[in-house]
Design a protein around this ligand. Structure first.
Ligand code: AHM
Ligand code: MG
Length: 337
Protein backbone atom coordinates (compact mmCIF):
# COMPACT_ATOMS: atom_id res chain seq x y z
CA UNK A 1 0.00 0.00 0.00
CA UNK A 2 1.03 3.64 -0.33
CA UNK A 3 1.58 3.76 3.43
CA UNK A 4 4.35 1.17 3.21
CA UNK A 5 7.87 2.49 3.67
CA UNK A 6 9.61 2.41 0.32
CA UNK A 7 12.66 0.23 -0.04
CA UNK A 8 15.54 2.69 0.17
CA UNK A 9 18.22 0.19 -0.78
CA UNK A 10 17.23 -0.99 -4.26
CA UNK A 11 19.48 -3.45 -6.01
CA UNK A 12 19.63 -2.43 -9.66
CA UNK A 13 20.94 -4.76 -12.31
CA UNK A 14 24.11 -2.71 -12.76
CA UNK A 15 24.77 -2.61 -9.01
CA UNK A 16 24.19 -6.35 -8.79
CA UNK A 17 26.52 -7.24 -11.67
CA UNK A 18 29.22 -4.94 -10.26
CA UNK A 19 28.94 -6.37 -6.74
CA UNK A 20 29.10 -9.87 -8.18
CA UNK A 21 32.38 -9.01 -9.86
CA UNK A 22 33.77 -7.51 -6.64
CA UNK A 23 32.63 -10.53 -4.65
CA UNK A 24 34.36 -12.89 -7.04
CA UNK A 25 37.53 -10.84 -6.65
CA UNK A 26 37.52 -10.46 -10.39
CA UNK A 27 40.13 -8.42 -12.20
CA UNK A 28 37.44 -7.49 -14.69
CA UNK A 29 37.81 -4.15 -16.43
CA UNK A 30 34.12 -3.36 -16.18
CA UNK A 31 33.67 -3.81 -19.92
CA UNK A 32 31.08 -6.55 -19.51
CA UNK A 33 29.13 -4.35 -17.10
CA UNK A 34 29.17 -1.54 -19.65
CA UNK A 35 28.03 -3.93 -22.38
CA UNK A 36 25.21 -5.14 -20.14
CA UNK A 37 24.25 -1.52 -19.53
CA UNK A 38 23.93 -1.04 -23.28
CA UNK A 39 21.77 -4.17 -23.51
CA UNK A 40 19.55 -2.91 -20.68
CA UNK A 41 18.99 0.35 -22.53
CA UNK A 42 17.97 -1.53 -25.69
CA UNK A 43 15.49 -3.60 -23.66
CA UNK A 44 13.91 -0.46 -22.18
CA UNK A 45 13.66 1.10 -25.63
CA UNK A 46 12.17 -2.05 -27.19
CA UNK A 47 9.73 -2.38 -24.26
CA UNK A 48 8.51 1.16 -24.95
CA UNK A 49 8.02 0.41 -28.63
CA UNK A 50 6.18 -2.84 -27.91
CA UNK A 51 3.79 -0.86 -25.68
CA UNK A 52 3.28 1.76 -28.37
CA UNK A 53 2.61 -0.89 -31.00
CA UNK A 54 -0.06 -2.37 -28.78
CA UNK A 55 -1.70 1.03 -28.54
CA UNK A 56 -1.55 1.40 -32.30
CA UNK A 57 -3.02 -2.08 -32.58
CA UNK A 58 -6.10 -0.84 -30.69
CA UNK A 59 -6.36 2.13 -33.03
CA UNK A 60 -6.02 -0.30 -35.92
CA UNK A 61 -8.94 -2.33 -34.68
CA UNK A 62 -10.95 0.87 -34.81
CA UNK A 63 -10.38 1.06 -38.56
CA UNK A 64 -6.80 1.94 -39.38
CA UNK A 65 -5.78 -1.56 -40.39
CA UNK A 66 -3.07 -0.42 -42.78
CA UNK A 67 -1.19 1.53 -40.17
CA UNK A 68 -1.57 -1.39 -37.79
CA UNK A 69 -0.13 -3.90 -40.24
CA UNK A 70 2.82 -1.72 -41.16
CA UNK A 71 3.64 -0.76 -37.59
CA UNK A 72 3.69 -4.35 -36.45
CA UNK A 73 5.75 -5.64 -39.26
CA UNK A 74 8.26 -2.95 -38.43
CA UNK A 75 8.62 -3.95 -34.79
CA UNK A 76 11.19 -6.73 -35.26
CA UNK A 77 13.19 -4.64 -37.70
CA UNK A 78 13.02 -1.67 -35.36
CA UNK A 79 14.20 -3.79 -32.42
CA UNK A 80 17.07 -5.09 -34.53
CA UNK A 81 18.15 -1.57 -35.48
CA UNK A 82 17.94 -0.43 -31.85
CA UNK A 83 20.23 -3.27 -30.77
CA UNK A 84 22.76 -3.01 -33.58
CA UNK A 85 23.15 0.75 -33.07
CA UNK A 86 23.46 0.58 -29.29
CA UNK A 87 25.80 -2.39 -29.26
CA UNK A 88 28.09 -0.84 -31.85
CA UNK A 89 28.08 2.52 -30.03
CA UNK A 90 28.95 0.84 -26.72
CA UNK A 91 32.46 0.31 -28.05
CA UNK A 92 32.50 -3.07 -26.33
CA UNK A 93 31.59 -5.37 -29.23
CA UNK A 94 33.54 -6.92 -32.09
CA UNK A 95 30.98 -9.23 -33.76
CA UNK A 96 27.18 -9.07 -33.82
CA UNK A 97 24.87 -11.83 -35.02
CA UNK A 98 21.14 -11.10 -35.27
CA UNK A 99 18.26 -13.32 -36.34
CA UNK A 100 17.16 -10.42 -38.53
CA UNK A 101 20.41 -10.18 -40.52
CA UNK A 102 21.75 -12.77 -42.98
CA UNK A 103 25.37 -11.92 -42.26
CA UNK A 104 27.30 -11.22 -39.08
CA UNK A 105 28.32 -7.61 -38.47
CA UNK A 106 32.03 -7.13 -37.88
CA UNK A 107 32.45 -3.90 -35.93
CA UNK A 108 34.87 -1.39 -37.46
CA UNK A 109 38.11 -0.51 -35.65
CA UNK A 110 37.06 2.80 -34.09
CA UNK A 111 34.27 1.08 -32.13
CA UNK A 112 35.71 -2.36 -31.69
CA UNK A 113 35.61 -4.04 -28.27
CA UNK A 114 36.26 -7.56 -27.07
CA UNK A 115 32.77 -9.07 -26.89
CA UNK A 116 30.54 -10.76 -29.44
CA UNK A 117 26.77 -10.59 -29.02
CA UNK A 118 24.37 -13.05 -30.67
CA UNK A 119 20.70 -12.10 -30.40
CA UNK A 120 17.14 -12.48 -31.50
CA UNK A 121 15.90 -8.90 -31.15
CA UNK A 122 12.20 -9.75 -30.95
CA UNK A 123 11.37 -13.40 -30.62
CA UNK A 124 7.86 -14.81 -30.85
CA UNK A 125 6.77 -12.48 -33.63
CA UNK A 126 3.64 -14.55 -34.34
CA UNK A 127 2.38 -13.29 -30.96
CA UNK A 128 2.88 -9.55 -31.56
CA UNK A 129 -0.55 -8.85 -33.07
CA UNK A 130 -2.35 -10.52 -30.18
CA UNK A 131 -0.46 -8.63 -27.48
CA UNK A 132 0.96 -11.86 -26.07
CA UNK A 133 4.40 -11.87 -24.41
CA UNK A 134 7.40 -11.58 -26.68
CA UNK A 135 11.06 -11.10 -25.87
CA UNK A 136 14.67 -10.42 -26.74
CA UNK A 137 17.22 -13.25 -26.37
CA UNK A 138 20.99 -12.68 -26.20
CA UNK A 139 24.25 -14.54 -25.65
CA UNK A 140 27.72 -13.06 -25.16
CA UNK A 141 31.13 -14.47 -26.10
CA UNK A 142 34.48 -12.86 -25.46
CA UNK A 143 36.66 -12.81 -28.60
CA UNK A 144 39.37 -15.46 -28.58
CA UNK A 145 42.69 -14.13 -27.24
CA UNK A 146 44.37 -14.02 -30.65
CA UNK A 147 41.40 -12.69 -32.58
CA UNK A 148 40.41 -9.24 -33.79
CA UNK A 149 36.80 -10.36 -34.10
CA UNK A 150 35.70 -12.75 -36.84
CA UNK A 151 32.80 -15.08 -37.36
CA UNK A 152 34.93 -17.87 -35.82
CA UNK A 153 34.54 -16.10 -32.47
CA UNK A 154 30.84 -17.01 -32.41
CA UNK A 155 31.09 -20.44 -34.05
CA UNK A 156 31.93 -21.85 -30.64
CA UNK A 157 30.06 -24.08 -28.19
CA UNK A 158 27.51 -22.35 -25.98
CA UNK A 159 29.46 -23.48 -22.92
CA UNK A 160 32.03 -20.83 -23.87
CA UNK A 161 29.55 -17.98 -23.53
CA UNK A 162 30.41 -15.56 -20.72
CA UNK A 163 26.82 -14.41 -20.23
CA UNK A 164 23.34 -15.01 -21.59
CA UNK A 165 19.87 -13.71 -20.93
CA UNK A 166 16.54 -12.55 -22.20
CA UNK A 167 14.08 -9.75 -21.65
CA UNK A 168 10.42 -10.64 -21.66
CA UNK A 169 7.95 -7.93 -22.64
CA UNK A 170 4.76 -8.74 -20.77
CA UNK A 171 2.70 -7.00 -18.15
CA UNK A 172 6.11 -5.76 -17.05
CA UNK A 173 9.54 -6.07 -18.66
CA UNK A 174 11.60 -8.81 -17.01
CA UNK A 175 15.30 -9.24 -17.69
CA UNK A 176 16.75 -12.61 -16.72
CA UNK A 177 20.53 -12.87 -16.77
CA UNK A 178 23.40 -15.19 -16.00
CA UNK A 179 27.04 -14.20 -16.07
CA UNK A 180 28.09 -17.73 -15.18
CA UNK A 181 27.35 -17.80 -11.46
CA UNK A 182 23.63 -18.51 -11.21
CA UNK A 183 20.58 -16.82 -12.69
CA UNK A 184 18.92 -13.62 -11.53
CA UNK A 185 15.72 -11.91 -12.62
CA UNK A 186 15.14 -8.16 -12.71
CA UNK A 187 11.93 -6.25 -13.27
CA UNK A 188 11.81 -2.87 -14.97
CA UNK A 189 10.56 -0.20 -12.60
CA UNK A 190 9.12 2.16 -15.18
CA UNK A 191 9.11 5.16 -12.83
CA UNK A 192 12.85 4.77 -12.16
CA UNK A 193 13.77 3.44 -15.58
CA UNK A 194 15.88 0.78 -13.86
CA UNK A 195 15.83 -3.01 -13.78
CA UNK A 196 15.48 -3.97 -10.10
CA UNK A 197 16.50 -7.35 -8.68
CA UNK A 198 13.20 -9.14 -7.99
CA UNK A 199 14.09 -12.81 -8.59
CA UNK A 200 17.49 -13.51 -6.98
CA UNK A 201 19.12 -16.86 -7.63
CA UNK A 202 16.46 -18.53 -9.79
CA UNK A 203 16.56 -22.33 -9.42
CA UNK A 204 14.39 -24.71 -11.42
CA UNK A 205 12.46 -27.19 -9.28
CA UNK A 206 13.95 -30.66 -9.86
CA UNK A 207 10.59 -31.87 -11.18
CA UNK A 208 7.59 -29.98 -12.53
CA UNK A 209 4.02 -30.71 -13.58
CA UNK A 210 3.89 -28.87 -16.89
CA UNK A 211 4.88 -29.82 -20.44
CA UNK A 212 5.24 -27.22 -23.16
CA UNK A 213 5.34 -28.54 -26.75
CA UNK A 214 3.55 -27.54 -29.94
CA UNK A 215 1.51 -30.73 -30.20
CA UNK A 216 0.04 -29.49 -33.46
CA UNK A 217 3.18 -31.08 -34.90
CA UNK A 218 2.45 -34.43 -33.22
CA UNK A 219 1.89 -36.31 -36.50
CA UNK A 220 5.49 -35.50 -37.48
CA UNK A 221 7.11 -36.31 -34.10
CA UNK A 222 9.66 -39.12 -33.86
CA UNK A 223 8.82 -42.18 -31.68
CA UNK A 224 10.82 -41.15 -28.54
CA UNK A 225 8.94 -37.85 -28.29
CA UNK A 226 5.57 -39.48 -28.94
CA UNK A 227 6.27 -42.14 -26.31
CA UNK A 228 7.50 -39.59 -23.76
CA UNK A 229 4.44 -37.37 -24.21
CA UNK A 230 2.19 -40.40 -23.85
CA UNK A 231 3.94 -41.29 -20.58
CA UNK A 232 3.21 -37.91 -19.00
CA UNK A 233 -0.35 -37.68 -20.32
CA UNK A 234 -1.35 -41.25 -19.41
CA UNK A 235 0.81 -42.05 -16.37
CA UNK A 236 0.42 -45.23 -14.37
CA UNK A 237 -1.76 -44.59 -11.28
CA UNK A 238 -1.39 -43.11 -8.72
CA UNK A 239 0.58 -40.51 -10.75
CA UNK A 240 -1.41 -37.61 -12.23
CA UNK A 241 -1.02 -36.39 -15.78
CA UNK A 242 0.97 -33.24 -16.56
CA UNK A 243 -0.67 -29.93 -17.51
CA UNK A 244 -0.11 -28.45 -20.98
CA UNK A 245 1.06 -24.84 -21.35
CA UNK A 246 2.31 -23.55 -24.68
CA UNK A 247 2.50 -19.87 -25.50
CA UNK A 248 4.55 -20.12 -28.70
CA UNK A 249 6.96 -17.44 -27.50
CA UNK A 250 10.16 -19.15 -26.45
CA UNK A 251 10.99 -16.44 -23.94
CA UNK A 252 7.64 -16.77 -22.17
CA UNK A 253 7.62 -20.57 -22.28
CA UNK A 254 11.18 -20.77 -20.93
CA UNK A 255 10.50 -18.08 -18.31
CA UNK A 256 7.63 -20.11 -16.92
CA UNK A 257 9.74 -23.28 -17.04
CA UNK A 258 12.55 -21.62 -15.06
CA UNK A 259 10.13 -20.44 -12.39
CA UNK A 260 7.66 -23.35 -12.16
CA UNK A 261 9.67 -26.26 -13.54
CA UNK A 262 8.55 -28.87 -16.07
CA UNK A 263 9.76 -29.38 -19.60
CA UNK A 264 9.81 -27.20 -22.73
CA UNK A 265 10.44 -28.90 -26.05
CA UNK A 266 10.80 -28.05 -29.70
CA UNK A 267 11.91 -31.33 -31.26
CA UNK A 268 13.22 -32.04 -34.70
CA UNK A 269 10.61 -34.09 -36.56
CA UNK A 270 9.77 -35.68 -39.90
CA UNK A 271 9.04 -32.26 -41.37
CA UNK A 272 11.65 -30.03 -39.68
CA UNK A 273 14.81 -32.11 -39.85
CA UNK A 274 16.74 -29.92 -37.40
CA UNK A 275 13.80 -28.53 -35.44
CA UNK A 276 12.82 -24.89 -35.62
CA UNK A 277 14.78 -23.00 -33.01
CA UNK A 278 18.08 -21.36 -33.84
CA UNK A 279 21.16 -22.70 -32.11
CA UNK A 280 23.22 -19.59 -31.60
CA UNK A 281 20.75 -17.00 -30.32
CA UNK A 282 17.80 -19.12 -29.11
CA UNK A 283 18.98 -22.56 -27.97
CA UNK A 284 22.39 -21.57 -26.54
CA UNK A 285 21.29 -18.66 -24.33
CA UNK A 286 18.28 -20.59 -23.02
CA UNK A 287 20.38 -23.73 -22.44
CA UNK A 288 22.97 -21.62 -20.60
CA UNK A 289 20.31 -20.12 -18.32
CA UNK A 290 18.67 -23.52 -17.76
CA UNK A 291 21.94 -25.14 -16.67
CA UNK A 292 22.84 -22.16 -14.51
CA UNK A 293 19.45 -22.57 -12.81
CA UNK A 294 20.12 -26.26 -12.13
CA UNK A 295 18.20 -27.76 -15.04
CA UNK A 296 19.14 -29.71 -18.17
CA UNK A 297 19.11 -28.65 -21.83
CA UNK A 298 19.49 -31.37 -24.46
CA UNK A 299 18.80 -32.21 -28.08
CA UNK A 300 17.44 -35.52 -26.76
CA UNK A 301 20.76 -37.24 -27.18
CA UNK A 302 23.40 -34.62 -26.42
CA UNK A 303 24.03 -31.53 -24.31
CA UNK A 304 23.07 -28.41 -26.28
CA UNK A 305 25.93 -26.31 -24.89
CA UNK A 306 28.47 -28.80 -26.32
CA UNK A 307 27.36 -28.34 -29.93
CA UNK A 308 29.92 -26.62 -32.15
CA UNK A 309 28.00 -24.40 -34.59
CA UNK A 310 29.03 -24.53 -38.24
CA UNK A 311 26.91 -21.61 -39.41
CA UNK A 312 25.35 -18.66 -37.61
CA UNK A 313 21.69 -19.38 -38.37
CA UNK A 314 21.63 -23.17 -37.93
CA UNK A 315 18.79 -24.83 -36.04
CA UNK A 316 18.73 -27.51 -33.36
CA UNK A 317 16.22 -29.61 -31.42
CA UNK A 318 15.61 -28.29 -27.91
CA UNK A 319 14.37 -29.92 -24.71
CA UNK A 320 14.99 -28.05 -21.48
CA UNK A 321 13.76 -27.69 -17.94
CA UNK A 322 13.61 -29.62 -14.67
CA UNK A 323 16.39 -32.17 -14.21
CA UNK A 324 14.12 -35.16 -13.54
CA UNK A 325 11.70 -34.35 -16.34
CA UNK A 326 14.40 -33.90 -18.97
CA UNK A 327 16.14 -37.07 -17.79
CA UNK A 328 12.86 -38.96 -18.25
CA UNK A 329 12.70 -37.72 -21.83
CA UNK A 330 16.33 -38.68 -22.47
CA UNK A 331 15.53 -42.21 -21.32
CA UNK A 332 12.97 -42.48 -24.11
CA UNK A 333 15.64 -41.41 -26.61
CA UNK A 334 17.90 -44.18 -25.31
CA UNK A 335 15.22 -46.86 -25.22
CA UNK A 336 12.73 -46.13 -28.00
CA UNK A 337 13.72 -47.47 -31.42
P1 AHM B 1 10.42 -16.52 -34.47
O1 AHM B 1 11.88 -16.31 -34.24
O2 AHM B 1 10.04 -16.49 -35.91
O3 AHM B 1 9.58 -15.64 -33.62
O4 AHM B 1 10.14 -18.05 -34.05
C1 AHM B 1 10.60 -18.54 -32.84
C2 AHM B 1 9.42 -18.94 -32.00
C3 AHM B 1 9.78 -19.25 -30.58
O5 AHM B 1 9.64 -18.13 -29.76
C4 AHM B 1 8.77 -20.29 -30.20
O6 AHM B 1 9.27 -21.15 -29.22
C5 AHM B 1 8.53 -21.00 -31.49
O7 AHM B 1 8.90 -20.12 -32.51
C6 AHM B 1 7.09 -21.36 -31.69
O8 AHM B 1 6.94 -22.03 -32.90
P2 AHM B 1 5.56 -22.71 -33.34
O9 AHM B 1 4.66 -21.58 -33.72
O10 AHM B 1 5.95 -23.56 -34.50
O11 AHM B 1 5.06 -23.51 -32.19
MG1 MG C 1 13.22 -16.20 -32.94
Amino acid sequence: TSEETPNVDLITLTRHVLSDQLRLGSTATGDLTLLLTAIQVTSKFIATNVRKARLINLVGLAGETNVQGEEQKKLDVLSNDIMVNALRASGKTAVLVSEELDDAIIIEDGYKGKYCVVFDPLDGSSNIDAGVNIGTIFGIYRVRPDSTGTIEDVLRPGSEMVAAGYTMYGSSANLVLSTGSGVNGYTLDASLGEFILTHPNITIPSRGKIYSFNEGNAMYFHPPVTAYLKSIKFPAPPKSPYSARYIGSMVADVHRTLLYGGIFGYPNDKKSKSGKLRLLYEAFPMAYLTEQAGGIATTGTKRILDIVPTSIHERCPVFLGSKDDVQDLMKFYKETP
